[in-house]
Design a protein around this ligand. Structure first.
Ligand SMILES: Cc1cc2nc3c(=O)[nH]c(=O)nc-3n(C[C@H](O)[C@H](O)[C@H](O)COP(=O)(O)OP(=O)(O)OC[C@H]3O[C@@H](n4cnc5c(N)ncnc54)[C@H](O)[C@@H]3O)c2cc1C
Length: 360
């Protein structure tokens, strides 16, 4: 690799999702020279998300979330075996996730971060050097004081920094037409959706319908389960059955349900790369924004002062801010995964918003 082009910056951010863009914005705002590598051609595309953001967290996002909202929702209803078991006041927004991600990237650019799309991180040679595939097929190196891994659930930065395997949950989602607009989100539990749930999140006259759960069988079993959910929602008259031959938009992805250490020497991890997603709900947009912003601030400060040992401050701040919530949710998830019987008597201790969940 000796003759490869080498780019240099203070902070290298891998990934331009919410975590990466917010890390880049915060670091650039603090005066660092920031380079962001993003493998996608268009930031935020394709969308792999149910696009729900709780209103109470929207204020933490450094762009006006309501501008990117398709609609508002007032509550979240939970169903077990077809019966509503909880109607939780949970005001929130269903956003155009691609537009939101693009706005966050633009906010980083405005602060001076340099974002390169179609640049794929191949791996790290060491804590300060990344290997990159350029759009024209050539390869290059990037050297940085601090590298921030914000490259999502299958993070290559995390694979270098933290060798341990961390638990991921598979998720699948379809976009389908709603029969009537809804003002609330719905989640569905069932013993068949092992330690997970299905969702119906309204999006104007459409809905994001998906599921995420432990899949002990083959990939096909997840598709079958999604088929059952769609059949059920059609028979309840909530969604339109897709026309014969129509190909509804199908997406999928991985949801991290186990946290990683977010500081490893001069490497920081944020968002899904660090497993900052909530292990019960799978929500991770707001966490990615918050952790990314924190990581960017600590990275710029440490690089500017030449005191990389201070990076540990990021782990401590994150732990103080959200560590207990994540640790509790992780324990609840492990209990849910170990539970083999009917859910009727235990679901309230596995799902947020119930007294039993926080007491357990
Ligand atoms: C089906 C599904 C539904 C979800 N619904 C919700 C929801 O309703 N609400 C919610 O809050 N959360 C939801 N989540 C979780 C949420 O999408 C994530 O927590 C959030 O996207 C995390 O942001 P991030 O920036 O850490 O990672 P990402 O958004 O995954 O961004 C990572 C970025 O890194 C880039 N990248 C990856 N590898 C490389 C590489 N090698 N080189 C260069 N770039 C790279 C990717 O292209 C991507 O742009 C859902 C997840 C799934 C799978």
């Amino acid at each position: 690799m000796a003759q490869l082009e080498t780019m240099r910056c203070d902070i290298l951010v891998c990934g331009a999702g919410p975590a990466g863009s917010c890390a880049a914005r915060a670091a650039a705002q603090a005066g660092a020279k920031v380079l962001v590598l993003e493998r996608r051609q268009t930031i935020g595309v394709p969308v792999r998300c149910a696009e729900y953001i709780p209103a109470q967290l929207a204020g933490q996002i450094p762009v006006p979330v309501s501008t990117y909202a398709v609609q508002k929702t007032a509550s979240m209803r939970a169903y077990l075996h077809g019966a509503c078991i909880q109607d939780l006041a949970a005001p929130g927004y269903i956003v155009r996730r691609d537009a939101l991600d693009q706005a966050l990237a633009e906010a980083a650019r405005t602060e001076g971060a340099h974002i390169l799309t179609e640049h794929v991180l191949l791996g790290l040679d060491n804590e300060h050097t990344a290997r990159v595939a350029l759009p024209d097929g050539r390869k290059a190196r990037v050297q940085a004081e601090v590298i921030i891994g914000a490259d999502g659930p299958l993070s290559r930065v995390a694979a270098f920094a933290d060798k341990g395997q961390r638990a991921l949950l598979p998720a699948l989602q379809l976009r389908l037409p709603l029969k009537e607009p809804l003002d609330h989100t719905r989640v569905y539990f069932d013993e068949d959706l092992c330690a997970g749930y299905a969702w119906l999140f309204p999006r104007g006259n459409m809905a994001n319908v998906g599921l995420g759960c432990v899949n002990r069988k083959d990939q096909a079993s997840l598709y079958r389960k999604l088929g059952h959910v769609v059949d059920q929602l059609c028979s309840e008259g909530l969604i339109e059955r897709p026309a014969q031959g129509a190909k509804p938009r199908l997406t999928g992805g991985w949801i991290p349900v186990e946290e990683r250490p977010c500081v490893q020497g001069s490497i920081l991890l944020a968002g899904d790369a660090a497993g900052h997603t909530h292990p019960i709900t799978g929500a991770g947009i707001a966490q990615a924004v918050l952790a990314g912003s924190m990581a960017g601030r600590w990275a710029a400060q440490a690089a500017g002062q030449g005191s990389l040992e201070n990076l540990q401050g990021y782990a401590e701040e994150w732990q103080d801010f959200y560590g207990d919530v994540l640790a509790h949710a992780r324990r609840r998830r492990l209990a849910w995964e170990a539970h083999a019987g009917p859910l009727d008597t235990v679901i309230r201790s596995f799902w947020i918003g119930n007294r039993e969940y926080y007491a357990a």
